[in-house]
Design a protein around this ligand. Sequence first.
Ligand SMILES: Cc1ncc(COP(=O)(O)O)c(C=O)c1O
Length: 347
Amino acid sequence: MKLHIAEMLRAQREAHVSFHTPGHKRAGADITELSYSDNLYAPHGVLAEAERDVAHILGAEKSYLLTDGSTCGVFSMLDCLRAAGKKRVAMSAFSHPSAYHACEVMGLEPVFIAQKTAYGIPVPPTEDALSSALEGADALLLVSPDYYGFFPPLAAAKALCRAAEKPLLIDGAHGAHLHFTERYAGKYADLWVDGVHKSLPALTQGAVVSAAGEWADRLGRAVKRFRTTSPSYPILASVECAVKYPRNEAIEAASEAFKLRHGCLKNDDWTKILVPFGSLGARACALLEENGIYAEFNDGNYVMFYLSPCTREEELEQLGALLDGLPRGEVAEDAEVGCVPIYKEGA
Ligand SMILES: Cc1ncc(COP(=O)(O)O)c(C=O)c1O
């Protein structure tokens, strides 16, 4: 498949004297919006073509490339609610800070979904909990999958929102690798974010926000409010490339086999491997780091290893060989959720 942005960057003339930003005055990939490189604020050339392809792959009416992380996508989605006159959003108290900061900025009131925790991990909300929270709200915002690789009841959420004629928003900061599957946010939501840089091979901050149907134009106006007017072309090119990156079923299967072999937490997402170390997590991380292996986080109960289609099977094997020699502690059932901040008024 054509990589519009990368090919445009590759085709640049060698003789390029820069009397434009950025100030480093070198051409290469880090250019600005020039006659041939399009304009993200009003795309009509390579960026429009890239966004069109991305929308097609993600099953969206419109997709917008972001160089400002999923944070920009969450703000843009919630701005759509504000613009549509919505006042209250049912959401998890374990949402990312961007969600409640955006609520604060947009004057939206969070209505928290009843949700339990176990072993320091938020348990996905039940259908009943979604239904009760939605009764007192104008829209539903879900995180799917969460940082631990669990999914909310997506089909039930979609049915509830459809029946109540309320929009469903999904923060898929950790789910960009799912667009090949039935659990993909775009199969359920009216508005959704893909954190492309987290689970697909995009540069840090690369993301996409997408809309279905009638939300597309409103989302187009929202991203104009929040996207930078100096987008990074290396990030833009990497997002297009990452969305077009082929599925790697070999590493997906290797991850699931690894989880079984090494006594990992049973979750629903191959990109997130959780090893129960209890209070010995910090020690395990230190020993792994001595061997050049770095985990995503240690929440005091579980150490999490984040994979992508670019993870190599030999790297998993290297991790597995080291894990076998590391002592594990007991995981504490009543541990506090360690890896996501809980909503606090004014925080
Ligand atoms: C659930 C969730 N939403 C949104 C974000 C924000 O993503 P970004 O760091 O790409 O802005 C994160 C970041 O970790 C996240 O975990």
